[in-house]
Ligand binder design. Sequence first.
Ligand SMILES: [Zn+2]
Length: 644
Amino acid sequence: MSTVEQQLDDLKAEITSELPNDISVSSVKYEGPELVIYTRDPKEFAQQGDLVRQLASKLRKRITVRPDPSVLSRPDEAREEIMNVIPDDAGVTDLDFHADTGEVVIEAEKPGMVIGRHGSTLRDITKTVGWTPEVVRTPPIESSTVSNVRSFLKQERDDRRDILERVGRQIHREEMSDDEYVRITTLGCCREVGRASFILSTPETRILVDCGDKPGAEGEVPYLHAPEALGAGAQTIDAVVLTHAHLDHSALIPLLFKYGYDGPIYCTEPTRDLMGLLTLDYLDVAAKEGRTPPYDSEMVREAIKHTIPLEYGDVTDIAPDVKLTLHNAGHILGSAVSHFHIGDGLYNVAFSGDIHYDDTRLFNGAVNDFPRVETLVLESTYGGRNDYQTDQEDSERKLVDVINEAYDRDGKVLIPAFAVGRSQEIMLVLEEAMRSGKIPEMPVHLDGMIWEATAIHTTYPEYLRDDLRDRIFHDDENPFLAEQFNHIDGGEEERQDVADGEPSIILSTSGMVTGGPIMSWLSHLGPDPDSSLVFVGYQAQGTLGRRIQNGWDEIPTSEVGAMGNGGGRGTLSLNMNVETVDGFSGHADRAGLENFVKTMNPRPEKVLCVHGDERSTQDLSSALYHDYNMRTFAPKNLETFRFL
Ligand SMILES: [Zn+2]
């Protein structure tokens, strides 16, 4: 008998002895990091409100209870009874019964009312019908991504359960080695921004953290073939952890499946959906620009199928010797500081991913409170000694001025923005500025994936800043539903109409002017001296955005590319006013990065400064060393650090 079988038998015996006599255990299984208990007495289980929690803390495992399929009531009967238990105001839009696992997925406009105080309504459902309820939110703005991901996962349910069982056995396998060490190998994003990727390794386990591309440098991918990485085969990686969905962290995750990786991806639920959206778009953009993408959309689906979503704060076993906890990073929807607890109290590493230290309109500031942490891997995008951003209020005032000036000239305001994060932040600023009369009411056109990304934000309000979350819970106060927001879905004709029309504001991807509809907007509005082009986000070295920011005003039409009207030879004269309003960045500035470390509890012994150009990483590294007397490094790519 394999050791995992033995372990499950022992667990079944232990659980049976812990439970009251009237509750039977028919089987126990691992599904990914969770221990699933099947029982013929689900109603009795639910009666004892605290039982699951007690078992979870006794066994130190995440526990799910499901009814043995033999005792399930018929879905048509259960449906009626469930609807009687749930308050009408919850706005249930769908019930989906899965007899193989005894689960019923309830989609509702107000999931909180289906859950009830401390889960009381959920327990009432099980007490009444025996089925195990699971709740998801009906998106307040229809999102094709969310509905595609949900229906895809439903269709792949059997496959997914096989994956979860296999991963569960991997996680709970016996430890093989008596050695103790913790190492980090840098595969990208060191002394550069882009292609974030790391290997965290112990004698038992190898974990890949992020796997992104480099904006403006197609083809520069992380050093995945290094012997410490996939050199020994993609199957030797135990788990992938994705800090957030931006392409410089996620673009090449699907490629891993093409290389034969077949294990789990851990990230938050919104990160999973946004990764799907952004990587599919990445393939789309590559095709439009005539490049051969490194993988096809089938690999994106594989990635989604292998994702095990975690909530902030859930301590989760992801290997025999590694526990992972994700915490809010304040950067984009679902972004996470990823904390790894290695061995039983042996060592702790936190990867910041991209962070924003202070609260923004969209998010609470990054979490920097941990039970323990010895080494921090810290982003340094704005780590340079002069990288201080204007504070948000000043930035908002400046944006308001720029908009009013363009309006007075009868011009348009064109804002290149990342679909995910800054666009929604700017939308909130504009909505409030119009509501309070700081700028005139005018249409705000959203082009590229911004509308869809916004819909995903409203699907996961619990990941947003507290007061924004509360506003979204009440439809009439949901700022993203304001009527001035217009989704550009009519293509080139609609863009031409907007360009010829009244003053308006256009938010368009891509954020660094490296492709997408912004190219088309540039060809429409570029020659217009009354309009303004406003940069609100970081422009990486080598991108067209950076060159325009540096004063380039004759753009070869080949750069504007297939999306624009140009395409041929010649140049496009850029006569627009070019403005930069910083302070809306999703990244902490130099002060924010220092504050993140300074107030970190506990303070780490070592810091690796990564994800910034050479100067930024070295500046930040030496400042942290001098100010806080910690060991700091500004590693290059392909370095390995041993911490223990
Ligand atoms: Zn990012």
